[in-house]
Design a protein around this ligand. Structure first.
Ligand SMILES: *Cc1c(COP(=O)(O)O)cnc(C)c1O
Length: 472
C-alpha cells in the first residue's frame, strides 16, 4: 500500500455518516435502510481494495469535489440492482417452445386473473361451503379433468414426477412394477424411470428388449410379486426401425386378467387431438383411459399449457387410495396452482378458440407468414444494436415443441441470424454477444449454432418491447 493510499483510505466516509446523507434518502426509502447499508459497506470495501492495489485514478478521484455525489450514486445503483427479483421474464427465442429451463408453458390471461382473484384473500380451498365443513382441494378441478378425459376421478400433485412417485408408493411398495426395457426413459435433469422406482421403494422388473417387447414377455414376467403393469410414453425419443411395443388395449387386458392395475405415464398430457390444429398427433389422456388404463399420469405445464402440476386421472377406487396416502399431503398443490389450472382447463370447453386463447397452442400453431412479419419488424433494431460487429439476416429455422413432447417433429419457423464479422468472428465474440443479449433488462435467450446466434421468432409476441430495450 502506498503512503498516499493509506491516507486516502482513512479519508473515506463512514457507513453511518453515508446513511445520513441527503443523497441516499431516496434509495433508503425505496430499497430499505439495511439494503443501502449493505450496498454502502460493499462499495466502500471495493474502493479500499482498489486503493490498496494502488489504483492511481481512484486516488485522484477521491480528491475531486464530485466524489461524494458519485459514491452515493454508486451505492444507490448497487442497492437498486440487488432489489430486483431474481426470477423475471425473459424472451424465449431459443426455438424450443415449451422450454423446461425457461418455465415451460406461459399462462393465459384468464389463468393470471384467476391467480390474482384467490391470492390476496381467504378462499374456500379445502372448505365445503354447502356443508360448512372440511372439503377436498382437488374438488376445484376434478370435475373438469373428468369431463375432459372421461376419467371417473382425479387428483393433482406438484408435478408429473410426483404423480408417478405417489402412484408407485401407493400401489407397489416392496413389489414389482413391470415395464418394457424400451421405456426406461430419462426425462431431462434427473428424472429417470428406474431411479424413480427405486426412490419409491418398489422394484423395477424389466420386460423384453430395448427395441422389441412382446405381450408374451409381459405374461412370462408376471408372478405373485407383481404389483402393476406400467407403460411410459417415450415422449423424448422414438425407437425406429426393427421395433415393437405392446399396444395399450392388449396390456390392459393382460393386467386385468391377472387382477393388476395398468398405469400409463403419459408425460405431456394432451387433452385434445392436436391434428385438429395442424400439429402432429400425440396420444391423449382420453385415448389411454379408453384403451383400458386404470390410471394416467401427466404434466400440467407441458402440452396441456397450464401451471406446473402433476395430474392423475382414472379409476375411482385407485384415486381414493392415492388421496389417502400421507405422501399426498407432502405433494399437494397450492391455491394459486389450482386457480390457474382450473382456468386453463375451462378454455378446453371451447376448442375452436383454443389456439387463440391458450398461449402454448398459439405459439405451436403460429403460421410462418405471421412469423415473417415479426422478423421484418425487428430486423432493423437488431441490426442497429449490433451495428459494426455482426451481420444480421433473416434465416429459415426449425422450432422444437420441447419438454419431451413430439421429439421427431419440427415446426418450420424463421429466425434472426446474427453472425459476427468474419475478421473477428471468434467463438468468444459470439458468446460475448449472446451474453450481452442475456444481460438486457428483459433478457433475450437465443441459440448458438454453427458460428451464428439465432433468435427463433416463433415465441416473440411483444415486438415493441423487444425493440424498445435495444434502442435504449
Ligand atoms: C415430463 C415427463 C415426466 C416428468 O414430468 P414433470 O411434470 O416434469 O415432473 C415424467 N414422465 C414422462 C413420460 C414425461 O414426459
Amino acid at each position: 500500500m502506498t503512503r498516499s493510499g493509506t491516507t486516502q483510505y482513512r479519508n473515506l466516509p463512514a457507513v453511518d455518516k453515508l446513511l445520513r446523507a441527503e443523497e441516499l434518502t431516496v434509495a433508503i426509502n425505496s430499497f430499505g435502510r439495511e439494503s443501502v447499508r449493505e450496498a454502502a459497506r460493499d462499495t466502500l470495501a471495493r474502493i479500499r481494495q482498489q486503493l490498496q492495489a494502488g489504483n492511481k485514478t481512484l486516488e485522484d478521484n477521491l480528491q475531486q469535489p464530485e466524489f461524494y455525489g458519485n459514491l452515493c450514486q454508486s451505492i444507490s445503483e448497487l442497492a437498486e440492482s440487488r432489489s430486483e427479483l431474481s426470477l423475471k421474464p425473459v424472451f424465449n427465442l431459443t426455438g424450443t417452445v415449451n422450454h423446461t429451463n425457461l418455465g415451460r408453458a406461459p399462462l393465459p390471461e384468464s389463468a393470471m386473473d384467476a391467480i390474482q382473484r384467490v391470492s390476496a384473500r381467504a378462499v374456500n380451498l379445502e372448505y365445503d361451503l354447502t356443508a360448512g365443513s372440511r372439503g377436498d382441494r382437488d374438488s376445484h378441478v376434478e370435475g373438469l379433468i373428468c369431463q375432459l378425459t372421461g376419467a371417473e376421478a382425479a387428483t393433482v400433485v406438484n408435478n408429473n414426477a410426483a404423480a408417478v412417485v405417489l402412484v408407485l408408493t401407493t400401489l407397489a411398495v416392496g413389489r414389482d412394477v413391470l415395464i418394457s426395457r424400451g421405456e426406461l426413459v430419462e426425462i431431462g435433469g434427473a428424472f429417470r424411470i428406474p431411479e424413480v422406482m427405486g426412490s419409491a421403494g418398489c422394484h423395477l422388473k424389466e420386460v423384453g428388449a430395448t427395441n422389441r417387447t412382446h405381450l408374451a414377455d409381459y405374461k412370462r414376467a408376471i408372478d405373485e410379486d407383481s404389483a402393476l403393469l406400467m407403460k411410459v410414453h417415450t415422449s423424448n425419443y422414438e425407437i425406429m426401425g426393427f421395433s415393437k411395443s405392446v399396444a395399450e388395449p392388449e396390456l390392459a387386458a393382460l393386467a386385468h386378467q391377472q387382477g393388476l392395475p395398468f398405469v400409463v405415464d403419459l408425460g405431456s398430457g394432451t387433452l385434445v387431438d392436436l391434428a385438429k390444429y395442424g400439429l402432429p398427433r400425440e396420444p391423449t389422456v382420453a385415448d389411454s383411459l379408453l384403451q383400458g388404463a386404470d390410471l394416467v399420469t401427466f404434466s400440467g405445464d407441458k402440452l396441456l399449457g397450464g401451471p406446473q402440476a402433476g395430474i392423475i386421472a382414472g379409476k375411482h377406487d385407485l384415486i381414493a387410495r392415492l388421496k389417502k396416502n400421507p405422501l399426498k399431503r407432502a405433494l399437494r398443490v397450492d391455491k394459486l396452482t389450482l386457480a390457474a389450472l382450473g382456468a386453463v382447463l375451462q378454455l378446453y370447453d371451447n376448442p375452436s378458440e383454443l389456439s387463440r386463447n391458450l398461449p402454448i397452442l398459439r405459439d405451436l400453431t403460429r403460421k410462418t407468414e405471421e412469423i415473417a412479419v415479426v422478423a421484418e419488424e425487428i430486423l432493423p433494431c437488431v441490426s442497429r444494436y449490433v451495428a459494426n460487429e455482426a451481420d444480421v439476416e433473416i434465416a429459415d429455422c426449425k422450432s422444437q415443441i420441447g419438454s419431451g413432447a413430439l421429439p421427431v417433429d419440427l415446426l418450420a419457423s424463421l429466425a434472426i441470424k446474427i453472425t459476427p464479422r468474419a475478421a473477428k468472428g471468434t467463438d468468444n465474440l459470439l458468446k460475448e454477444l449472446a451474453l450481452r443479449f442475456r444481460q438486457l433488462p428483459v433478457p433475450v435467450v437465443g441459440r448458438i449454432h454453427d458460428g451464428s446466434l439465432f433468435f427463433d421468432l416463433r415465441c416473440l409476441q411483444d415486438t415493441k418491447g423487444f425493440c424498445r430495450q435495444l434502442s435504449n
